[in-house]
Write a protein that binds this ligand. Structure first.
Ligand SMILES: [Zn+2]
Length: 50
């Protein structure tokens, strides 16, 4: 699976920083993919529930 994603601001190919799990409520976790754009330094993420 390819985790590369495009920057929503400038459309450049962003680099993946990691995929931590953030807490959603007491028992649920949401895994997110964190990206950083090398062009405009925007940091953004995509989330998906496990
Ligand atoms: Zn960008």
């Amino acid at each position: 699976m390819d985790f590369k994603s495009k920057c929503p601001r400038c459309g450049a190919k962003a680099a993946k920083l990691g995929n931590p799990i953030i807490a959603v409520g007491k028992t649920r976790g949401l895994r997110i993919n964190v990206f950083r754009c090398p062009e405009c330094n925007l940091v953004f993420y995509e989330g998906f529930e496990e």
